[in-house]
Write a protein that binds this ligand. Structure first.
Ligand code: TZP
Ligand code: MG
Length: 210
């Protein structure tokens, strides 16, 4: 299975105990990659939270990706970084991280998709597919048609993110997109393990049937 298949992005509102619980459960449910996304915490807390989940992920060979911050990724020897459009330029991040770390970039418009083709990144996050209460400042919504067009235009892996839930997952997964990233469908579930397992089943069924 590709590391992109079921990509958990952690909820910034989880306290440390809940974060560890959600990540442990999500791993047991079959997530293939985890991005630690922090928006409220200072850099010390960011490093502490990354260090807390890293061994859980490493034990199961699930890559740990750090959102926004190359310094935090280097500090904990994470497996990669996911950049937003206003973070460090991808070329500099690549220099600092070296060739072996995963580097992703959020792409929020057709112009940004075009620019991404020249960048030394491994994948893009197509943001946002649908509006979502988890991130209310999304600029553009690709929808299913935009996702399919982007997959024709961009040759490296694409991860779909934003507003993807059990009830619209099949239509997204049926496109054959490399990965699906979710926050609330896993993090706000009473059982992140059952949620992840069911999401993975849906993705695999959709892929087999398309
Ligand atoms: N980037 C674009 S949309 C989004 C991020 C981090 C949030 C996705 O959250 P959810 O709950 O899966 O819609
Ligand atoms: Mg960012």
């Amino acid at each position: 299975m590709s590391p992109y298949t079921l990509y958990l992005v952690t909820d910034e509102n989880l306290d440390l105990t809940s974060l560890v619980h959600v990540v442990e459960q999500a791993i047991a449910g079959g997530v293939t990659m985890v991005q630690l996304r922090e928006k409220h915490h200072d850099v010390q807390a960011f490093i502490k939270r990354a260090a807390a989940i890293k061994p859980l992920l490493a034990d199961h060979k699930v890559p740990l990706i750090i959102n926004d911050r190359v310094d935090v990724a280097l500090a904990v020897d994470a497996d990669g970084v996911h950049l937003g459009q206003s973070d460090m330029p991808a070329a500099i991040a690549r220099q600092l991280l070296g060739p072996d770390k995963l580097l992703g970039l959020s792409v929020e418009s057709w112009a940004q998709l075009d620019e991404a083709k020249q960048l030394p990144i491994d994948y893009i996050g197509l943001s946002a597919i649908y509006p979502t209460p988890t991130k209310t400042d999304t600029q553009y919504h690709w929808g299913l048609d935009g996702l399919m067009r982007a997959m024709k235009e961009y040759q490296k892996p694409i991860v779909a993110i934003g507003g993807i839930r059990p009830d619209n997952l099949t239509e997204i997964a049926s496109t054959g997109v490399h990965g699906i990233a979710l926050v609330s469908a896993i993090c706000t579930s009473d059982s992140p393990q059952a949620a992840a397992r069911s999401l993975l089943d849906t993705i695999q069924t959709a892929c087999r049937q398309s």
